[in-house]
Ligand binder design. Structure first.
Ligand code: FAD
Length: 522
């Protein structure tokens, strides 16, 4: 059977790409190594009776244009928006409501100011200026999310307002820490870039990373707000609905079919060979797999320029890792917290445990030395509050994303040190809850090693590749392959290692498909 396009990998970006290609009338096959489709956008029964979104938990970057084109809401996608609750060791808290998460600039300002004023009146007064600043970031970077990655000079040229240019100068020449210091004075607000997962906030260039994530979380191509919360049914619901939409466009799927290599004849991609030995032909091939794995494992070295391959080897994917911990709970957590919030506000909140910049810096310092963080930064979610069907009646799922951890510990192996890492997390939770250990039925911790083996992520990298200033925009993954086309004619990229970067955004899948369609028409 010959196809127009074969997509290697049924992650959500592969699904999005397949949809747009199928819609344009191409005959498309998606080949997936695992028995389930969705890649990192999946939900599994990891503990008997308890269903967890194994990797991604929260929908916060999914492009509204893609939701519309694939009819995901019409097909039944429901996302419950979430508030955020930042816990302090002394029981104080910063609660920012749902409107800030879905954040049209200005929305919920008065309420947010009231909360921030508990820590600093000056910071509360600075919030409108901060919202104006982030609003400009969204305006500057948002329009590029569903396009080929722009070079800096194009972004500058696109800024007609001199104030936009000043904002661009600032994020390119300052660290996130310097930027936050310019706006805020309290410890908690000086750590304001917390949600962006951008590494060492004292490094110049983190301002740029903050800008791209801010655009991902807030820019809307359609005018509909960007979802920020939990998909009912878990993240698999998104992948399942995407499969439904792609199948309607004639896309075919094969699971449990790992690809061994891309077949290249006469320098041109011609199809794929599966591990089983079966060869499937296609005019074009696109890889949803991370760039290092794609070029180092799925393409034979003789099909690549050795210098290019050398540059691929040097791509950074092991700066620091995120860990994922899933817990089955017999009862809802109770927080050690000053009064003031309703039970509903407490239950629905995403917990953030990172009280100030010093805590963040200490965690980062542990990890760059290769040590396990003694006090990990925790983002905790309780999806069963929104969808009780994920656990047995009355019980809860509690998932945590833990930043950061070393990709490989300096001493011992992850296997040997997993229990110690879990204990570090539990100790932090003991400080902030009265009943965590009592409520805990069972847990599972995914290390970078586990994510590499289970989800085929090089170094367990959740974004396929580190998001660093030299590995985003027109340089993601490398300048010569940053527009979704590779050095092999007929072979394309469509995964998170491409522009704009990781997360469940669908953007690299959309953009990869557009590159294929543009070449198809030639
Ligand atoms: C622990 C963790 C937490 C995260 N949290 C969030 C979050 O809360 N919100 C968010 O938006 N994002 C989150 N992310 C990031 C997000 O999940 C990923 O960036 C995104 O899902 C990647 O999508 P993708 O389609 O590009 O690639 P993937 O999902 O990695 O898909 C690639 C697919 O290729 C398949 N494959 C690999 N090798 C082969 C082969 N040889 N043959 C055939 N198939 C192959 C894989 O099995 C996989 O299905 C998280 C990621 C992780 C790991």
């Amino acid at each position: 059977m010959n196809y127009d396009v074969i997509i290697i990998g049924g992650g959500h970006n592969g699904l999005v790409a397949s949809f747009y290609l199928g819609k344009a009338g191409l005959k498309v096959l998606v080949v997936e190594a695992r028995s389930i489709i969705g890649g990192c956008c999946i939900t599994e029964e990891l503990i008997p009776g308890f269903h967890f979104s194994t990797c991604a938990n929260v929908v916060w970057a999914l492009r509204p244009q893609i939701i519309k084109d694939m009819g995901l809401v019409k097909r039944g996608l429901t996302v419950d928006h979430r508030p955020f609750l930042r816990l302090m060791p002394d029981g104080r808290y910063l609660f920012t409501g749902r409107h800030l998460a879905t954040s049209a600039p200005g929305a919920g300002l008065a309420e947010a100011q009231k909360e921030v004023a508990k820590f600093s009146k000056a910071d509360a007064e600075a919030l409108p200026r901060w919202q104006e600043f982030t609003g400009r970031l969204v305006k500057i970077f948002g329009p590029y999310l569903l396009k080929n990655p722009p070079h800096l000079h194009e972004i500058y040229a696109g800024c007609k307002d001199p104030e936009d240019r000043r904002v661009l100068d600032k994020i390119l020449t300052q660290s996130m820490a310097q930027i936050a210091d310019e706006f805020f004075e309290s410890d908690v607000m000086r750590d304001v870039g917390v949600a962006a997962d951008i590494g060492d906030i004292n490094e110049v260039g983190t301002g740029l990373l903050f800008a791209v994530t801010t655009a991902l979380g807030n820019y809307s191509e359609t005018g509909d707000s960007v979802f920020n919360g939990f998909a009912r049914g878990g993240m698999s619901r998104i992948s399942d609905l995407m499969v439904q939409a792609a199948k309607e466009q004639g896309v075919e799927f094969r699971t449990s079919s790992p690809v061994k290599r891309v077949v290249v004849t006469g320098g041109v991609a011609q199809g794929v060979e599966l591990v089983s030995g079966e060869v499937i032909n296609a005019r074009y091939v696109a890889s949803n797999v991370d760039p290092k794995r794609t070029f180092q494992q799925l393409v034979q070295p003789q099909d690549l320029d050795p210098k290019f391959l050398g540059r691929v080897r040097k791509l950074k994917s092991n700066g620091a890792a995120g860990l994922k911990m899933h817990c089955a709970l017999s009862e809802m957590l109770e927080y050690k917290i000053q009064p003031g919030l309703t039970p509903v506000q407490l239950r629905e909140s995403t917990l953030l445990i990172c009280p100030d910049r010093a805590y963040r810096e200490a965690c980062w310092a542990d990890v760059v030395r290769g040590d396990l963080p003694k006090k990990p930064i925790i983002a905790g979610f309780i999806p069963t509050i929104f969808d009780p069907s994920l656990a047995p009646a009355g019980k809860h799922t509690f998932s945590m994303y833990l930043t950061w951890a070393p990709v490989t510990p300096r001493q011992g192996s992850w296997k040997e040190r997993k229990a110690e890492m879990a204990e570090n997390v539990f100790r932090v939770l003991d400080q902030h809850t009265t009943n965590f250990r009592k409520a805990l039925i069972d847990f599972i911790l995914f290390t970078p090693e586990d994510l590499d083996k289970r989800n085929f992520l090089t170094d367990g990298n959740i974004h396929h590749l580190d998001a660093t200033p030299s590995q985003i925009l027109w340089q993601r993954p490398l300048e010569e392959v940053a527009n979704y086309r590779t050095t092999i004619p007929g072979f394309y990229l469509c995964g998170s290692g491409s522009h704009p970067w990781g997360e469940v955004s669908g953007a690299p899948g959309h953009n990869g498909a557009q590159a294929i369609l543009a070449d198809w028409k030639r």
